[in-house]
Design a protein around this ligand. Structure first.
Ligand SMILES: [Ca+2]
Ligand SMILES: [Ca+2]
Ligand SMILES: [Ca+2]
Ligand SMILES: [Ca+2]
Length: 354
């Protein structure tokens, strides 16, 4: 290993590997053009202030233009929902860009449009905060689609559930019937929107493109504040978009059909700040989320590691068992002194990086 590479690894590890770097984002339009951007706000071709046509043209694969959406998981595999409602995959982003033949994960019909309850998708994405997949579903006015599900959020805990369209939970807000695509962005360096929420916190993870071609972001998928699917009392309302935390300065384009941001941090349940390790910062978040036995729900449901509705000693036990020390994502060995610091940090409720 070159010395400067080692120095870089050490530096990133000691800084806790909480990346503020940009992450590449790939968009596909209905002609199958694939264009890349170097991040939301950073790099030579950031999305902020730009439109689809300003991105770097990677390739054109005409067949991709007929897909309903694409996403990618931390292992680099690309998943696409095709026009016939089946789920396809490619072993790497490079293979996807090369237009290689896809592996069939599920047959056509799984997400076929016009089939009522199991109609097509507006957008689909991997979720780095849960390790699952979420989608905004289409609907029809048919008897099989009562109540109207058009624009609802559907969440799948596992990849297998997504591929087969089973065991999902569905948010009852019908807010995004014109949604075109969705993607999870792990780096959280998107700024707050200028309007209408100039006071919104920075750190958007969840992006969509509206039917009119606007790129918008929210800090959380569901919940109070700047949640993509929020509650009636949230700023701006119930998921109609006015509680967003980010909006691109110009119209991005209404001919895009899918997009994903490259995700590099593997999902670890106890890694509550999603920076790839389980260290004192994560214990601080768990401590701040404490409810006591059977006293949920917690202010931070992600800290309920045993999924029984509360955050208590049992959950702390699971977090301790998963301890890696700072910078585990960069493969840096844990110095003993930092490990001790990490345990001491349990009593310090650190504020989550937004
Ligand atoms: Ca960390
Ligand atoms: Ca962490
Ligand atoms: Ca419990
Ligand atoms: Ca629990």
């Amino acid at each position: 290993m070159k010395r400067n590479t080692l120095a870089l690894l050490l530096a990133s590890g000691l800084l806790g590997a909480a990346s503020a770097d940009a992450s590449d984002v790939y968009f596909v339009n209905n002609a199958g053009e694939v264009r890349s951007f170097t991040g939301i706000t950073a790099g030579a071709t950031p999305i902020d202030g730009n439109a689809f046509g300003d991105g770097n043209l990677e390739t054109t694969v005409a067949a991709y233009g007929a897909y309903q959406g694409f996403t990618s998981t931390p292992d680099g595999i690309v998943y696409g929902v095709n026009g016939a409602g089946g789920v396809d995959s490619w072993s790497s982003i490079a293979s996807w860009l090369a237009g290689d033949a896809a592996t069939v994960e599920s047959a056509g019909g799984t997400y076929s449009a016009g089939s009522g309850l199991d109609g097509g998708l507006h957008g689909v994405s991997y979720d780095g905060n849960t390790g699952g997949i979420y989608a905004v579903v289409e609907g029809t006015s048919g008897a099989n689609n009562n109540p109207d599900r058009d624009g609802r959020l559907r969440q799948f805990a596992t990849l297998s559930d997504f591929i087969n369209n089973v065991n999902f939970t569905e948010n009852t807000v019908v807010g995004y019937g014109a949604n075109i695509l969705n993607f999870y962005y792990e780096d959280e360096d998107a700024p707050a929107s200028v309007t209408p929420n100039a006071d919104a916190e920075a750190g958007s993870n969840y992006f969509q493109i509206t039917g009119t071609g606007l790129l918008e972001g929210w800090t959380v998928l569901e919940g109070d504040g700047f949640g993509y699917f929020g509650g009636p009392a949230d700023p701006g309302g119930n998921g109609g978009g006015s509680n967003r935390s980010y909006q691109n300065a110009i119209t991005f384009g209404d001919d895009v059909i899918g997009a994903f941001a490259v995700v590099t941090v593997p999902f670890i349940p106890a890694d509550l700040d999603r920076d790839g390790d389980v260290d004192d910062a994560d214990f601080g978040l768990a401590f701040a989320a404490f409810t006591g036995p059977d006293n949920g729900p917690s202010s931070n449901p992600a800290a309920d590691l045993d999924n029984d509705g509360d955050v208590d000693d049992a959950d702390f036990g699971l977090a301790f068992a998963a301890f890696t020390g700072p910078g585990a994502a960069a493969g840096v060995p844990e110095p003993a002194s930092l490990a001790l610091l990490g345990l001491g940090g349990l009593m310090i409720a650190r504020r989550r990086r937004a």
